[in-house]
Design a protein around this ligand. Structure first.
Ligand SMILES: *[C@@H]1O[C@H](CO)[C@@H](O)[C@H](O)[C@H]1NC(C)=O
Length: 270
């Protein structure tokens, strides 16, 4: 037996966690019988289509099968990166694996210029991920969940990059439901269906919002911030909108405000 095979499973799983993608992890199956069942317990699953050299159909089948066979009761990380339009249809199904495996970190990244086939996340995401600590979304569509309460009881880090939302009210409710959220990073894109982006999160310590516009300026758009525990605030807004700060922020350490607001009076503090 080689020396690596003498190591404990736990150590081998840690080693496997360092491999770039799940494809590489599964490839270790061929090493020996000892390795065959190991990949199914690796706590980190990374599926990156841009890293693959295969056609999309093969990639998609690989993701389906390995998610189905995976046995780790808790996944530290689940990461999907899809760079093809044909991939967005798979995202709702794959996202459900996050619920099944009590994921702590979930990343969904879509790189596709085709808006005609958006990646729509399932509603069950809002209630099914009670262990989720970190959520990063890029270029996906959130759907309304009026009938179900949104609940992320463990979520501390949230990144929302170029999302489409079901409206102002949803954003306000979604963020308010993150009762232990500490870090929020938002990149708003034009046409995201949000006029006033409201952040009312008492636990929030850092907030970065960026917004750019390539169309005409709309003064009716802006941010409302009510985050009394905030230490770090960054606002980059070139749209000429407004920002209303509703609460005092006695703990603030650093604030970077780079905006096209015509005058400082557009940042209305109390
Ligand atoms: C945009 O937001 C409004 C509410 O502000 C909502 O009624 C509408 O369905 C949203 N559109 C989409 C495409 O989600």
């Amino acid at each position: 037996m080689d020396r690596i095979s003498l190591l404990h499973d736990e150590l081998l799983l840690t080693i496997l966690s360092f491999l770039p993608t799940t494809k590489d992890v599964v490839a270790t199956m061929v090493l020996s019988k000892r390795w065959q069942p190991l990949w199914m317990m690796v706590p980190r699953l990374v599926y990156d289509y841009s890293y693959e050299n295969a056609d999309y159909g093969r990639f998609s089948r690989f993701v389906d099968r390995s998610l189905l066979l995976h046995k780790a009761p808790v996944l530290e990380t689940l990461y999907f990166k899809v760079t093809r339009t044909s991939g967005v249809g798979d995202i709702p199904l794959w996202t459900r694996a996050a619920e099944k495996h009590s994921v702590r970190e979930l990343f969904i990244e879509i790189h596709s210029s085709c808006i005609a086939f958006p990646a729509i996340l399932p509603r069950s995401l809002y209630t099914g991920c009670r262990m989720l600590v970190t959520l990063k979304l890029n270029n996906v569509v959130l759907v309304d969940a009026a009938s179900e309460p949104v609940s992320f009881p463990s979520l501390k880090y949230l990144k929302l990059n170029s999302l489409k939302y079901p409206g102002d009210e949803f954003v306000k409710r979604f963020l308010s439901s993150c009762i232990v959220l500490e870090h929020l990073d938002v990149d708003q894109c034009p046409g995201d269906n949000v006029t006033v982006f409201t952040v009312r999160v008492p636990s929030l310590e850092s907030l970065y919002v960026r917004k750019s516009s390539d169309t005409d300026l709309d003064n009716a758009e802006g941010f409302v911030i009510d985050a009394p525990s905030l230490k770090y605030l960054g606002i980059t807004d070139s749209t000429g909108g407004f920002c209303v700060i509703e609460s005092e922020m006695p703990n603030i350490v650093k604030a970077d405000v780079d905006t096209g607001y015509y005058s400082l009076s557009k940042i209305l503090g109390r």
